[in-house]
Design a protein around this ligand. Sequence first.
Ligand SMILES: N[C@@H](CCC(=O)N[C@@H](CS)C(=O)NCC(=O)O)C(=O)O
Length: 210
Amino acid sequence: MSDTPARLLACPGCGSAVVEMAFALAGLPLEVEDVDYAAGSPTRGRLVAANPLGQVPALLLPDGRVLTESLAIVQHVDDLAPAAGLVPPAGHPARDAWLRWSAFLVGAVYPTFTYGDDPRKWVPDEAGAKALRAATDRHREALWRQVAAQAGTPWFLGGTRSAIDLYLVAMTRWRPGRRWFEENAPTLAAIAARAAALPGLARALARNFP
Ligand SMILES: N[C@@H](CCC(=O)N[C@@H](CS)C(=O)NCC(=O)O)C(=O)O
């Protein structure tokens, strides 16, 4: 393995926080470079050069390759540090639930932000954009109720800790916000709180969710 650390294009409080936490639990070195994905920002060009989608996280590997998509990066970290408790291995009783719900988080929940965060990107008129924002916010709440119905304890996968718990740390801080989770999905709020207290995460949390 190269001595040069990987470099993460990140932004505080974003999905890149999941990658920072995964590296921290794996005990692997990581350089973090903040970029701003907003149109017109001086660092957007750097981000788009690595990830044409203009999204963080993007991981610049020491050999020049780029990995995008948070779940792909988590799987990569798990390949390097399988004992870190990020991904239940093939054959593990929690494996199928991991596959399903990790994919659900990035494939169903995360896109509600892609289309709702800056709805004018997709719908030019003000009223339509407002409606898209409201619809994606509403849909996300329904998705979270589905996720909550599947939650185990003490971790999402029951006795098996996984990167899903790290996603919950980050995502329960996004819309609809922590108060909503405490009131409507307390199992998810509890898992997020438990995961945030894991040793080794303090630095990533202070950086991302001060
Ligand atoms: N599927 C991607 C989603 C990444 C994503 O949407 N990141 C947000 C920040 S949390 C972003 O860069 N948004 C800007 C945009 O979509 O234009 C992943 O899992 O990494």
